[in-house]
Ligand binder design. Structure first.
Ligand SMILES: [Zn+2]
Length: 552
């Protein structure tokens, strides 16, 4: 939260003073009387921490740290509160989610009546005939026991075309005017790879559309965001992430508009979450032509790896699996890119020293992606490519071994068991023992770095903590208890491992001398908390680069 000029000045000042012993820099701030969980094995606990130039100068006992204070040092008594390193969300979509929050109706509501009201309220503030858009609707989360219909949306906004996308992003719901704008009538045939769903009784369009049918509506909606909209969206999502203790986020589907939005927000002093921006593979040629590669940028915004996708989603049950879905013997999910396509794009990036991250949920997709990575490494060995397997949901022993020997990094959903429990039945309890396999990854010595995938998954780190530790959903059902990990392990995956996944472990992920001063003050100690109430631990304050960005 500082201007570009100020940032360059302080970054420069640190670079100069870094050659001095750190204890000869005057601390600007000392936090003391804390219960500081450092995630640094050499010094796991501390009572106090000293900060200057946006970095930690030292961590240690109250006595030792107080001795560093000068007349200019500000001191804050933590009164026993718990401090952890800032959380790193290793797979999320901040710019995109920010735009959605800025322009669309949040339909993460618990009844159809509430959703109708929210749509209707937005319509009352929108010129008649303009689109009203909604997002984060989830058919399994409303109390009505039925999905949204076109009639619901007609009643909510008779003068507006309406389009409400499902939380998972692969289906959506429209009203009569929406169909009309997209030129879809009762006689329109289904598009390739998509469907206009119909009422089984009447055979009429019921408002739901799936998969690639959305492209027709995307065109009709023609969302035209201005440069300022991207910046505003980033500002908004940063506030949301700071409130829950996220200090760094990996954008897992970055495009040039997002990258510019992050930079604009930073220039305006509105970026409070550090961004590692993985670039969509369609952007790679332009990036290569500019000579840009993974790691380019600064401690606020960095170009990440190149991102591709191999299969479908977990929440909408389209992951590409070796064993069929429960109750659907012929359904093994969907592969979205071929091995040749992955290799062709991957080789360009690999040869130019880019990190590569590929979305792969099902075991078949993971197997295919690993084959591509293994081939790239065989043909052009690199010392430390840190290949990423985005989500990497369903694994087995042989996949784990291959991940370990490649040094690859899985970024599984850590909050899904808790939040999306009702969808787990279609994977079955046996398979759940090999899904979101945090225990297996850690036991195999793999540096797993979980991500939320927000909007599809919630991003609250405390929910990820409870989900990983208890493997219990919000209704008390247990899914895959063999994959439980401890609170301390979960904290490490959400901090230090996230830093490793972006080649920033020297700068982030633990509270130790020289690292960026990113931390979170918690209302209670997660190590002392009942595992079933971890999600309720309040986030009191969040600091990024030595400045409070929430709860100051
Ligand atoms: Zn994603």
């Amino acid at each position: 939260m500082q201007s570009r000029r100020e940032f360059l000045r302080t970054a420069g000042a640190f670079a100069v003073s870094a050659s001095l012993p750190l204890d000869r820099i005057e601390p600007e701030l000392i936090l003391y009387n804390g219960n500081i969980i450092t995630i640094n094995d050499r010094q796991p606990r501390a009572e106090a921490v000293a900060i200057a130039k946006g970095r930690f100068l030292a961590a240690g006992t109250n006595e030792k740290l107080q001795a560093l204070a000068t007349g200019n040092t500000k001191k804050i008594n933590l009164e026993g509160q718990t401090v952890v390193p800032g959380f790193i969300d290793a797979h999320t979509h901040p710019a995109e989610a920010g735009l959605m929050h800025l322009r669309q109706v949040d339909c993460d509501l618990r009844s159809i009546a509430e959703i109708r009201n929210a749509i209707s309220e937005r319509a009352s503030k929108t010129p008649a005939g303009d689109w009203v858009l909604g997002f984060k609707y989830d058919d399994t989360k409303t109390s009505d026991g039925r999905p949204l219909t076109r009639e619901d949306l007609d009643a909510a906004a008779p003068q507006h075309p309406v389009y409400v996308s499902h939380r998972g992003g692969h289906t959506a719901y429209v009203n009569a005017l929406g169909y009309e704008r997209a030129n879809v009538s009762e006689d329109t045939p289904d598009p390739a790879g998509g469907r206009f769903d119909r009422d089984p009784k009447t055979g009429k369009l019921n408002g739901r559309i799936s998969e690639r049918a959305s492209e027709i509506f995307d065109k009709a909606i023609g969302a035209n965001y201005s440069r300022a909209d991207y910046r505003e969206g980033v500002k908004l999502i940063c506030k949301m992430m700071s409130r829950v203790g996220i200090t760094s986020a990996h954008d897992a589907w970055g495009v040039h508009d997002y990258l510019r939005g992050y930079q604009d927000a930073h220039d305006a002093g509105e970026l409070s979450t550090r961004i590692y921006c993985m670039m969509h593979y369609s952007e790679i040629d332009r990036m290569l032509a500019a000579g840009i590669r993974t790691g380019f940028g600064n401690e606020w915004i960095r170009v990440g790896g190149m991102k591709m996708a191999a299969d479908g989603s977990i929440s909408e049950r389209t992951a590409w699996l070796s064993q069929s879905y429960v109750g659907r013997p012929n359904d093994f999910g969907i592969r979205v890119m071929t091995e040749e396509e992955l290799y062709h794009n991957g080789r360009k990036a690999h040869e130019a020293d880019w990190q590569i991250g590929t979305h792969a949920n099902g075991d078949r997709a993971i197997d295919m992606v690993l084959r591509v990575y293994e081939r790239l490494q065989r043909e052009r060995p690199r010392r430390d490519p840190r290949f990423r397997l985005e989500h990497c949901t369903v694994v087995n022993d042989s996949l784990l071994q291959r991940i370990k020997s490649l040094g690859a990094i899985p970024t599984p959903f850590a909050a899904y068991v808790y939040y999306h429990g009702e969808k787990m039945r279609e994977y079955g309890p046996e398979r759940l023992d090999h899904m979101f396999a945090l225990r297996s990854f850690l036991d195999a010595g793999i540096r797993v770095a979980p991500g939320s995938d927000y909007p599809p998954g919630p991003f609250e780190p405390m929910m990820a903590l409870q989900s990983s530790v208890t493997r219990t959903d919000v209704n008390g059902n247990v899914w895959g208890p063999k994959q439980r990990i401890t609170v301390e392990e979960a904290l490490r995956t959400q901090t230090l491992h996230g830093a490793y996944a972006s080649f920033e472990e020297h700068d982030k992920g633990s509270i130790e001398r020289g690292k960026l001063a990113d931390l979170v003050v918690l209302g209670r100690d997660p190590l002392q908390e009942d595992p079933f109430t971890l999600v309720k631990i309040p986030i009191e304050r969040t600091m990024v680069g030595g400045r409070w960005v929430f709860g100051a």
